[in-house]
Design a protein around this ligand. Sequence first.
Ligand code: IFM
Length: 444
Amino acid sequence: MSRLRFPADFAWGSATASFQIEGGVEERGQCIWDDFCRWPGKVFEGDNGDVAVDHYHLYRADVTLMARLGFRAYRFSVSWPRILKEGIGEVNDVGLDYYSRLVDELLEAGIEPYATLYHWDLPTALQRVGGWASRDTASRFVEYARIVADRLGDRVHHWITHNEPWVVAMVGNLYGTHAPGWEDPGLALQVGHHLLLSHGLAVPVIRQASPGSQVGITLNLYPTYPATTSAEDLDAARIQDGFSNRWFLDPVFKGHYPEDIWALAGAQVPRVEQADLSIISRPIDFLGINYYSRHLVASDPSGPMGVQTLHPEGEYTQMDWEVYPQGLTDILTRVYADYSPRAIYVTENGCAYEDVLTSDGQVHDAKRTAYLRAHFAAAHKAIAQGVPLRGYFVWSLMDNFEWAYGYSRRFGIVYVDFQSLRRYPKDSALFCQSVAQENAVVLN
Ligand code: IFM
């Protein structure tokens, strides 16, 4: 048995996102996910976020639960249409007050708030005038960020501009399986550029409104491995890595798009104005990494970009994502070696499995516990190799609306009965509690 101890001030937390948990639809404006849920066939069984797990009304009890589980940090997102129902214009004080109360409640419980400004719920009114495909939306985002940071900035000291801009751009605009549901490669790259631009524009604004705070961005990253050491497969891995990782990492940390992928994109490259990349690469205080799995790829001239993604033998979660803890060590060490972020947080990591609630209110989710244990150990390995990893947020605090999968995928360490909305900590929550309390992971 070995015991892996984490640095003294390590932030153990859980993460959620507004649309996935809040509900409280009557007190906010419409967003693109409300619309997407009504698009027949796009979301599992037409599920929606109207009630979700009603965190909007149950937040006090949820904060108490987090504290009971020993978490000292919580990553949540602010719903733009709850602050500005039309995306711009009149501020919805009810919405701002809600987040202010949430933050107070967290602080009182000894939990440090980490606020994400955009976790995918773009106001419908802004989508009607082009959404992220329009450069104007970047400026609208900055106004929204200023309003939120002005109100919460005295108490929130960690800000994340965007969650997974790759997913917003590609899954929403290239693959069409997320809102707004388009399938247009050029549009997707333009959206990605505007997301990055809005990030860079917002950084100094947040810093001004929230002096002394730490500002960063969260990217979903996939360590990418070639199937063999052949030149073709190595090339396929380079391309896949460029598309999934470097397309966002390079602009943020190096002030340019990766040349190889830019060339591959041909006529689909985004329109970029002169100062954009220096704005996008303004220094940030930390990088958030969301890690779930890896890519294993081979060359395939008939595949997209000449790449085929393989499905190796192994263990998979209910999302059909391979369980690959070593990938977390690899992505953390690689990102630190290539980009030197000042600090890194794992802002999401977790898994969906088919959980069963027993008649006495327990969930014995041994696979999730094993998954988390192995990934915590993988993070520890990276710290031992010098990576400045400052915290780790489990995705997710509780079962919630899993986007196109609706309520059919449970990522929580707390089980939610979607009918009664009662919460039941799973065994994995108790495991996280022991890790957070002891600041150490025990390996069998
Ligand atoms: O639920 C999502 C979250 O909103 C963003 N990152 C991945 C999670 C699991 O799919």
